[in-house]
Design a protein around this ligand. Structure first.
Ligand SMILES: [Zn+2]
Length: 191
């Protein structure tokens, strides 16, 4: 089932996510729906808060970048209860977009390399180090669990320049082919 994605100023995107319990109801179905939603929206990552579930879970499909970054070959992964435990001091800029912020792509400065501890969909624990594009996608999705969206990380001058576009998203004036929920300034019940 394709799940609607919350748009930029939806207050539920700002809720800090809770850890996922091993008894979380129907996690395999939720993951299947998230993968289907990500495919439909042609995205590279989807965090649970974007589909109105404030739980520490995101998926990454980096295969879009395969021609440019060979390390993304076959990279499609589930991250449950992730904790970034190390970040490099070296940072790099690279353009980012977000399914909750359609039509806007901006350079974001982020640590180049991270080490992350997480569980996969079989509750196997992993500690992995990622760099460049994979590290970036992971950090973007991880931010969603903290209620942070990439425009928050832009310098003030860029924020001012994209304000009109953000206002348009908030009004629902977007050209997308996946379902979205636009803010009514009220928190909606989480299902
Ligand atoms: Zn995003």
């Amino acid at each position: 089932m394709i799940l609607p994605i919350l748009a930029y100023n939806h207050p539920n995107l700002r809720i800090k996510a809770e850890p996922v319990g091993k008894d979380y109801p129907d996690l395999p179905q939720l993951l299947e729906d998230m993968w289907e939603t990500l495919r439909k929206s042609d995205g590279v990552g989807l965090a649970a808060p974007q589909i109105n579930k404030s739980i520490k879970l995101f998926i990454v499909d980096a295969r879009h970048y395969e021609s440019k970054f060979p390390e993304t070959k076959n990279f499609a992964k589930v991250f449950i209860n992730p904790e970034i435990i190390k970040m490099s001091e070296e940072t790099i800029y690279y353009p980012e977009g977000c399914l909750s912020v359609p039509g806007i792509y901006e350079d974001v400065d982020r640590p180049k390399t991270i080490t992350i501890n997480y569980f996969d969909e079989n509750w196997q624990e992993h500690t992995d180090t990622y760099t460049t594009i994979i590290a970036r996608i992971i950090q973007h999705e991880y931010d969603h669990l903290d209620g942070i969206l990439f425009p928050d990380r832009l310098p003030m001058v860029r924020k001012v320049l994209i304000k009109k576009k953000l206002d348009n998203i908030n009004k629902g004036n977007v050209n997308i082919d996946y379902p979205m929920i636009f803010s009514n300034k009220k928190k909606i019940k989480q299902s």
